[in-house]
Each structure stands twice: as structure tokens, then as C-alpha cells.
Design a protein around this ligand. Structure first.
Ligand code: SAM
Length: 258
């Protein structure tokens, strides 16, 4: 029988090797927003926690999405990028509910949109709402490389306006998932239009639901934190949904429309 110390040593060495590439691009990206009072609430690329390497090493990551993720996190506003294991989670969630129609609210370089699209069958569609066309231009070559360009319908406009148009176009009750990751101040205002657009059983998936721990800090009362807190509380008291708040990345709240 092998000595457990040798086994552990070999395991750690292979983990270190597997994680090395990831670390190389992640180093120097430490989150300015991460709050040390709330350890464990942050994105995997934003902390030095070795458990992050283990997470990445045990997650299926699409290689084209990984390339886009590296580009996105290297931007001066790269800390807005979703965590890579969170993207894989979105792909699996999309596949698990057999989603065909999905909304991505706040695209940045397009990691979450690509992750959602990777989970869709032929003919499936992600409607992506983004106010800044410069950001999402960066994602387009990667969508093409992954063969999913035809699944991502990019709409350059304010997301609230985009959702209202979708309702006016008669799309109420037809979407399987809506992923929210736009600016936090307006989070509460997405609840009604998203509820209208989701089908019964559809999922409202909300990023940054813990907002670096600020949601429970009584001394923090900025507009963004207030926005996240308010939407969390609205959903907690909303009988039209059942909800779970996961301590994954910066917090993911999943609300299932009843
Ligand atoms: C946190 S980033 C999104 C990250 C992205 N989901 C990803 O996978 O990396 C937020 C994005 O939302 C966009 N945004 C913020 N408010 C918006 C609004 N009202 N309408 C449309 N886009 C908005 C910003 O321009 C920014 O690109």
C-alpha cells in the first residue's frame, strides 16, 4: 500500500501543475473590492486561496471560453468578469432545464452569454442585453470560434428597455432562464419584467447576490449594495418564486418561478 504522504504529495504536485496555467493569468488580478472580513466570498480569479485551483482543476472548462475569460479579466475593468466555474455552472444549468430561450443581462466581454449558449440545443437563443458595444465586440471572434454566433442575439441598449420591448413583442412566459449581472443599483427593477418573461419553472439567476459580504454589513449603504439587498429581500418575500442563495463566487441567487 502506498504511503498516504506520497499519495498526497503526488496529488498536490499534479494540482499545482494543473493550476499553474490558471494562476499565471490570474496573478495580479486580486480584487480591489474583495473584503477580508468575509473570506470565501469572491471570484476564484480574485484571491490566492489554493482551494480555487482545486475548483478549477475539477471543473469542465470549454477551451474557447477559457481564452475569452483570460482576455476579459485582463481588461482594466476585468473584475466585472464572471468566474470561470460559474460559467460552467451556467452551461450545466441551461442543459439541465433543457433551456431554449435565455436572457443575459449585462454582457461585458460575453463570458456568461457564451456559457449559456454552450448549453443550448440547435435553434436555441441567448438574448444578450448590453449598453456598451465596445465591450461585447471583444467576444464576437470567440463566439465564432466556438460555433455559437448564431445562438447569441446581441442587443446594444439599456437592459430595462430591452426587456420591455421583449414583453411588447409578445414574448411573455417564453424564457427558460434570465441571468442578471448588470449594474447593481437597478437590480430591483429587473424583478417584474423578468418574472413576466419567464415561463413557469423558469429560473432567474442573479450574480453578486452577496456582493463581497456587503449585504450583511450595516455600515455599508451605497447605491449598489442597497440595490442587491433590496432585490434579495424582494425575492425572499415573493410567493411567486422559490429561492436558494449559494455561496459560489460572489454569491448566486437562483429564483425559480412557480
Ligand atoms: C459585471 S459586467 C457583466 C459581466 C458578464 N456577465 C460576464 O460574463 O463577464 C456588467 C455589464 O453590464 C453592463 N450594463 C450595466 N448596466 C446596464 C444596463 N442598464 N443595460 C445594459 N447593460 C448594462 C455593463 O456595461 C457591463 O458590461
Amino acid at each position: 500500500m502506498m504511503d498516504w504522504k506520497i499519495v498526497a504529495g503526488v496529488g498536490c504536485a499534479s494540482l499545482a501543475a494543473a493550476g499553474a496555467g490558471y494562476l499565471v493569468y490570474r496573478l495580479g488580478q486580486k480584487s480591489a473590492r474583495s473584503d477580508q472580513r468575509f473570506p470565501g466570498i469572491d471570484k476564484t480569479y480574485a484571491t490566492d486561496d489554493p482551494i480555487n485551483l482545486y475548483i478549477i482543476d475539477h471543473t469542465t472548462i470549454n477551451p474557447v471560453l477559457m481564452k475569452l475569460h483570460k482576455l476579459s479579466t485582463s481588461h482594466s475593468k476585468g473584475l466585472m468578469t464572471t468566474a470561470i466555474e460559474q460559467d460552467t455552472f451556467l452551461t450545466l444549468l441551461t442543459k439541465s432545464v433543457n433551456a431554449k430561450k435565455v436572457i443575459d443581462i449585462g454582457m461585458f466581454f460575453g463570458c456568461s452569454a457564451m456559457a449559456l449558449a454552450l448549453g443550448l440545443p440547435d435553434g436555441g437563443k441567448v438574448v444578450g442585453l448590453e449598453i456598451n458595444s465596445e465591450y461585447i465586440e471583444n467576444g464576437k471572434p470567440f463566439f465564432a470560434e466556438a460555433g455559437i454566433s448564431d445562438k447569441i442575439d446581441i442587443r446594444i441598449k439599456d437592459a430595462e428597455e430591452g426587456l420591455s420591448e421583449m414583453i411588447k413583442d409578445g414574448e411573455s412566459g417564453t424564457y427558460d432562464i434570465a441571468f442578471l449581472d448588470a449594474f447593481k443599483q437597478r437590480y430591483p427593477f429587473y424583478l417584474e419584467p423578468v418574472h413576466t418573461l419567464l415561463r413557469p419553472g423558469g429560473l432567474f439567476v442573479i450574480d453578486n447576490a452577496l456582493f463581497h459580504g456587503r449585504v450583511i454589513d450595516p455600515q455599508v449603504d451605497d447605491d449598489s449594495t442597497r440595490g442587491v439587498r433590496r432585490l434579495n429581500n424582494m425575492l425572499k418575500n415573493d410567493r411567486r418564486f422559490e429561492i436558494v442563495l449559494l455561496k459560489v463566487a460572489d454569491g448566486i441567487l437562483i429564483a425559480r418561478k412557480l
